[in-house]
Design a binder for this molecule. Structure first.
Ligand code: GLN
Length: 483
């Protein structure tokens, strides 16, 4: 059987592999061919693991023959360049880690290896996951394969383009303020930011440790669910991980909240606004009750994030001193070595955040900035708790929807010189990170023939209570008409 990656997803591919229609080695080779053909143009991958991928595929074929397989056995995936794979280079899109080789497997990779997945390569990203366009990478920009004049979003833009250009069956990204959901929206994919702590961060190069989470990106809800099920779980290497998803009695999901904030957002363009209203109508026609809700502190989500995130990032990035990892530049003395190494190794956006972060944490300013931002974060969390509280009768909702972004993928170069414009990309996505809640982006204007109504893809974001990823999958499947 000839392999047509475009018309396959993880679920259908799994069936073909088990039925012997094609082998994992043939499939992997097909993906490698697609990368060879398309990556020159798109730059989704920083590096392709041709040799190890084919070895893993051979191993997978053996497992399939012996009937010791999982749904991910022999499935080729792309991995964001901030997730450690033992023996492979990993750089977080930064010069400072160029040529650094991972000495151990991240927990998610360990789990995917156990499941028999194949790793095709590492994907491009904004440097240290700071950005929304994959333009801040030290390894060149990534283009959106649906329109090469546009960005794929970020920071997991390489992973998004890798899936969208039909070179892999799914990908891992990381999400601190929207880095899985926004690129998924820009590339017409499904992207899940899991509950904070449901997926181990061990082996993820840290950005903001209280916000970071690894998650899947794919073509369907089921595909994303399959990867999530494989990577989640408590891990002794990450003390913030929590027990398995709660097994509450399955209750009917009936009420979906729409925050008034959506219509009060200045930057929301008409294309996205109209599409969001269409999505509401569609959900109503599926039997959901739509309710207006208010999250009074959500308007402070972006400003407080850009205090908390630089503070945490500046602390996390202190370890890159030219002694232990990656790049080293010689100066006059030890201190000068640090200056030279960090000056040469970090890009502009990273340096901006380190300076901002050390400032808001410094004595005399800590309470005014960092302390205040933490208080605001608590208020945002409480806003969500209030609307999700089932005993809240009239005001309680089962899920919340917003557009994922204020518009479709923007042009390369359009926002890169205006940090505030770029930061506002997070406006709908960052609240879920503040509150640690699971959130998914699903294509909201995809037509049956696979094209997008109005030209470029848009996303609908669904947010659920903690550990209630199943709510997202259920609504998502109903919305997309998926089995
Ligand atoms: N736009 C966010 C930032 O630049 C994206 C962060 C993320 O989710 N990794 O910080």
């Amino acid at each position: 059987m000839s392999i047509d990656i475009k018309n396959l997803n993880i679920k259908s591919t799994h069936k073909h592999l088990i039925d012997g229609d094609f082998s994992a080695q043939e499939l992997t080779q097909e993906c490698l061919n697609a990368i060879k053909e398309k990556n020159k143009d798109i730059n989704a991958y920083i590096e392709v693991f041709e040799k190890t991928a084919l070895e893993q595929a051979r191993e997978a074929d053996k497992r399939i023959k012996e009937k010791k397989y999982s749904e991910l056995t022999g499935i080729p995936l792309a991995i964001k360049d901030n997730i450690l794979i033992k023996g492979q280079k990993v750089s977080a899109g930064s010069k400072i880690l160029e040529n650094y080789t991972a000495t151990y497997d991240s927990t998610v990779i360990k789990k995917l290896k156990d499941a028999g997945a194949v790793f095709l390569g590492r994907t491009n990203m904004d440097e240290f996951a700071m950005g929304s366009s994959t333009e801040t990478s030290a390894f060149g920009i990534t283009k959106n394969s649906l329109d090469v004049k546009r960005v794929p979003g970020g920071s997991s833009g390489g992973s998004a383009s890798a899936v969208a250009m039909n070179s892999c069956m799914g990908a891992l990204g990381s999400d601190t303020a929207g880095s899985i959901r926004q690129p998924s929206s820009f590339c017409g994919l499904v992207g899940l930011k899991p509950t904070y702590g449901s997926v181990s961060r061990s082996g993820l190069i840290a950005l903001g440790s209280s916000l970071d989470v690894i998650g899947p990106m794919g073509k369907t809800i089921s595909d994303v669910e399959i990867i999530f099920e494989a990577i989640k779980g408590k891990d002794e290497l990450d003390s913030t991980t929590i027990e398995e998803n709660k097994k509450t009695k399955k209750q009917e999901i009936k009420i979906i909240g729409v925050p008034s904030f959506v219509n009060e957002t200045d930057g929301l363009d008409n294309f996205a606004k109209n599409n969001f209203n269409e999505s509401i109508k569609k959900l109503e026609s599926l039997g959901y009750k739509i309710k207006k809700i208010s999250l009074p502190n959500i308007k402070y989500a972006v400003p407080s994030y850009y205090i908390i995130l630089p503070a945490e990032a500046s602390a996390n990035l202190a370890r890159f001193d030219g002694v232990r990892y990656g790049l080293h530049k010689d100066g006059e003395n030890g201190i000068d070595d640090y200056f030279k190494t960090r000056g040469a190794g970090f890009g502009k956006e990273v340096r901006r955040r380190i300076i901002l972060g050390t400032y808001v944490l410094s004595a005399g300013y800590y309470d005014a900035y960092y302390g205040k931002a933490q208080t605001v974060r608590e208020l945002i969390k409480k806003d969500f708790e209030d609307v999700f509280n089932p005993s809240n009768g009239e005001t309680g909702v089962d899920a919340i929807i917003t557009p994922t972004t204020t518009g479709p993928a923007f042009k390369i170069g359009e926002k890169i010189n205006d940090p505030i414009k770029m930061y506002l990309e997070d406006i709908f996505t960052v609240p879920a990170n503040h509150a640690g809640l699971p959130a998914i982006s699903i294509p909201s204007n995809k037509k049956l023939d696979g094209s997008f109504d109005g030209g470029l893809p848009l996303g609908l974001q669904v947010i659920a209570p903690q550990m209630d990823e199943s709510v997202l999958f259920e609504i998502g499947k109903n919305f997309l008409g998926e089995e």
